[in-house]
Design a protein around this ligand. Sequence first.
Ligand code: T3D
Length: 257
Amino acid sequence: MFETAIYEVRGETAWITLNRPDKLNAFTAQLNKDVASAVRTASKDSSVRAIVLTGAGRAFCSGQDLGDVDENTDYGDVLRNRYNPMVMEIEKCEKPIVAAVNGVAAGAGMSLALACDFRILSEKASFLQAFIHVGLVPDAGNLYYLPRLIGHAKALELAVLGEKISADEAFRLGLATKVVPAEQFLEESAAFADRLASMPTKSIGLIKRNLKASWESGIEQFLDRDAQSQRIASQTADHKEGVRAFLEKRKAAFTGK
Ligand code: T3D
């Protein structure tokens, strides 16, 4: 289905695996395109209720393929035409997206993980703001997401110093939902994503949208958004099921509708 990514739907979870393991899943134009198309496919498929992004082999993604650029390339165009549309597919997605970070996430590979809603890290994972080492600046939304996740001072420190961050350090900074032993990584990532897939999908979409909007909104405008969102959520079958299940003292069976 895709040249450089594997797309599989397991149950109600779509798995997107970046598949250039020999280059530590470095981005080419094709991989940018494949990730964007795969996220779009999963977003549109009503049977999919959670999405996982991960990497084949020992890395999550090593950022731009440095062998695939030449110095005459306009990097601004590369970002506008390749990276930004990929990030925007993730940004627009109403379903929960988990980055299952199996190994190193460097440069734009780190940006990709930051754009996701959750990061489950293998103990072998690491983050590297590689950009500074090649005289560039973090891109693909990196400096948009990073300060929102860990604050301005730490974001600046990571971006400027470009030191490798271990999985445990990433967890301490607030960059990871959890860190899991390598041998349980796939199982735990799947369990986490499947748990999200069994939850009230529309509520998750509204939570995502509202949290993002909170950064650009005044309180009055935001309270109005709360009211609009709750109106939408209260009309879902999942809301009705949740209340019924509570009253009947049983576990709710949410359908994402
Ligand atoms: O158009 C634009 O350029 C604008 C967009 C820029 C966005 C960016 O992402 S800029 C940042 C680009 N990424 C990097 O600078 C990271 C470069 N890679 C590394 O620093 C290291 O490879 C890692 C820290 C990620 C991993 O180190 P290690 O020691 O575990 O592995 P390695 O031996 O360095 O790499 C293994 C192979 O993958 C190796 O190939 P070989 O020698 O076995 O044939 C290496 O060259 C290749 N590889 C790793 N990263 C990249 C790569 N090849 C091309 N591009 C890469 N980014």
